[in-house]
Ligand binder design. Structure first.
Ligand code: ACO
Length: 429
C-alpha cells in the first residue's frame, strides 16, 4: 500500500493512500488527529471522501456517470426506472423472475393508509409540495413501527418497498390538495410513471389516459436523477442514518436537503428564470451579464456543478430528449429557444469557460416537465421521486459498512475565549 508523508512541527507521520476501482486516490486521515493532533479543514467537503461506496462513479473532468459500473447513457436508452432502482439498491440488474417479484411487491403497496390522507387537509392549500412530501414520508414511520429497525433485514426490505411504491401516490396527493381536487387512487394496472400521471391529472368525473411518450419521458428523467453519489441530499440521508434513525426519517431529511435552490430546487428556478427572461422581452445577453455581475445575486440557474467541470452527461441526454419530446407531443415553447440561446452565449463567454461552468441536469429538465404539463412547484418533487432509490441504496450501504460510525465532523473554533458570566445588572446596555 502506498503512503503519504506529513511533516509537521518536527514530527513525521505516514498515512495510507487508498485507491478506488476507477483509479481515484485518497489519503486516509482516519488517524490524523490521533497521530499528529491536527484535524483536516475542508468546508463544503470539496476534498473529503466521507465513505467508500460501490454504487455510483462520476468523473467530473471527463463527464462520466455510471450506476454500479453501467454508463448512464446505456441505462437511459435501455432500462426502466424500476429496473434502475433495483440495480442501485441491490447492486445488479434484476433477472426476469426477480424483476417480476419486485414489480409485484411495488404494485401491492401503492395505496396510502386511509388515515395518512387526513394529514393533507391539515396543510394550507399553498403549501409547497416538498414540505408536504417530506412531512408525509416522515409520518410513514408512525404508520409502520414494525419497519423501523435499521439493522433488521426484513424491516428494511419492507420500508424500501413501501417508500418506492407510495412515493408517487404521496406526491400526486400533494398536488391534488394544492388545487383542491379529490385524491385519485392508484390504478395498479398501470406502470409506475403512467400511474403517477393518472393520479396527477385524472378526476372522479374524467379519467386520464397517460400518453406513452409522456410516461416514457418521465421514466427517463427519473433514471437520470436516480443517483449522484455523495451530493448534499444523499450525504444528509447518510448522516441522519448514521445515528441509526429509521429509513423513513432519513429519507424525509434528504427531501428537505434536496429542496434548496442550489440543489434539487434549481429545476424550478431554471424555469422561473426562463419565464422572467421571456416576460422581460427575451434579452438573453442582459441576463447573462446580470449572472456574471458581482453586484447582482442572480446566477445562471442550471449552470455549474460542484463535481462536473465538463458538460454534465445527464444534461446531454436531457437536451436531446427535450427536442424529441417537444416534437412528438407537438409542443412549441419560446422557453426552449431562450434556453438554447443562453447556453450558446454562456459557452462562448470567458466568465463561464474560465470557471468551467456548463449546463447541469436541471437546465433542460424543467422545459420537459412543462411540456408534460407538470406544474412548476412539482419539479423538485419529481427530482425526489427519481433520487429515492439512490438515497435508499446509500442508506443501506452505510448500515452494512464495516467502517460504520456515527457521522460527526470536527470544527475550528474561532469564537471568543476566556469570558465569564456577568450578572444582569453589570452588563452594558
Ligand atoms: N452562474 C454564475 N456564476 C456562477 C454559477 C452560475 N450558475 N455557478 C458558479 N458560478 C461562479 C461563482 O460565482 C464563483 O465565481 P468566483 O470564483 O468569481 O467567486 C465560481 O463560479 C465558483 O462557484 P461556486 O459557487 O464556488 O461553486 P460550487 O462548486 O460551490 O457551486 C453550484 C456549485 C452550487 C451548483 C453553483 O454552480 C450554482 O449555484 N449553480 C446554479 C444553481 C444550480 O444550477 N444548481 C443545481 C446543481 S445540480 C444539482 O444539484 C442537481
Amino acid at each position: 500500500m502506498q503512503k503519504a508523508l506529513l511533516k509537521w512541527n518536527g514530527q513525521e507521520a505516514e498515512f495510507p493512500v487508498l485507491e478506488g476501482t476507477e483509479g481515484e486516490m485518497a489519503i486516509d486521515f482516519t488517524k490524523l488527529r490521533q497521530q499528529v493532533g491536527l484535524v483536516s479543514f475542508d468546508p463544503g467537503y470539496g476534498n473529503t471522501a466521507s465513505c467508500k461506496s460501490a454504487i455510483t462513479f462520476i468523473d467530473g473532468e471527463k463527464g462520466i456517470l455510471k450506476y454500479r459500473g453501467i454508463p448512464i447513457e446505456e441505462l437511459a436508452e435501455k432500462a426502466t426506472f424500476l429496473e434502475t432502482a433495483y440495480l442501485l439498491i441491490w447492486g445488479k440488474l434484476p433477472e426476469p423472475a426477480e424483476l417480476k417479484g419486485f414489480l409485484r411487491q411495488i404494485t401491492a403497496h401503492t395505496l396510502l393508509h386511509e388515515d395518512v390522507k387526513r394529514f393533507y387537509t391539515g396543510f394550507p392549500k399553498d403549501a409547497h409540495p416538498m414540505a408536504v412530501c417530506s412531512a408525509v414520508v416522515a409520518a410513514l414511520s408512525a404508520f409502520y413501527p414494525e419497519l423501523l429497525d435499521p439493522r433488521g433485514a426484513e424491516a428494511e426490505h419492507g420500508a424500501i418497498i413501501r417508500l418506492l411504491a407510495k412515493f408517487p401516490t404521496i406526491a400526486a396527493f400533494s398536488y391534488k390538495h394544492s388545487i383542491g381536487q379529490p385524491f385519485i387512487y392508484p390504478d395498479n394496472k398501470l406502470d409506475y410513471t403512467s400511474n403517477f400521471l393518472r393520479m396527477m391529472f385524472a378526476t372522479p368525473c374524467e379519467d386520464y389516459r397517460p400518453d406513452p411518450v409522456a410516461a416514457r419521458t418521465l421514466d427517463l428523467l427519473l433514471i437520470l436523477h436516480a443517483d449522484h453519489e455523495q451530493n448534499c441530499s444523499t450525504s444528509t440521508v447518510r448522516l441522519v442514518g448514521s445515528s441509526l434513525s429509521n429509513l423513513f426519517a432519513s429519507i424525509s431529511a434528504g427531501i428537505n436537503a434536496l429542496w434548496g435552490p442550489l440543489h434539487g430546487g434549481a429545476n424550478q428556478k431554471v424555469l422561473e428564470m426562463l419565464e422572467s427572461i421571456e416576460k422581460g422581452g427575451g434579452s438573453v445577453e442582459a441576463f447573462v451579464e446580470k449572472a456574471k455581475s458581482k453586484n447582482d445575486t442572480a446566477r445562471l440557474m442550471g449552470f455549474g456543478h460542484r463535481v462536473y467541470k465538463n458538460y454534465d452527461p445527464r444534461a446531454k441526454i436531457i437536451r436531446k430528449a427535450c427536442y424529441e419530446v417537444l416534437n412528438k407531443l407537438g409542443v412549441r415553447t419560446k422557453l426552449l429557444e431562450i434556453a438554447v440561446k443562453l447556453e450558446e452565449i454562456a459557452l462562448k463567454d470567458d466568465y463561464f469557460l474560465s470557471r468551467r461552468l456548463y449546463p447541469n441536469v436541471d437546465f433542460y429538465s424543467g422545459i420537459i416537465y412543462q411540456a408534460l404539463e407538470i406544474p412548476i412547484n412539482m419539479f423538485t418533487v419529481l427530482f425526489a421521486m427519481g433520487r429515492l432509490p439512490g438515497w435508499i441504496a446509500h442508506w443501506d450501504e452505510l448500515q452494512k459498512d464495516p467502517d460504520f460510525k456515527i457521522g460527526r465532523p470536527r470544527q475550528i473554533f474561532v469564537g471568543p475565549t476566556g469570558k465569564h458570566y456577568l450578572p444582569i445588572g453589570q452588563r452594558k446596555q
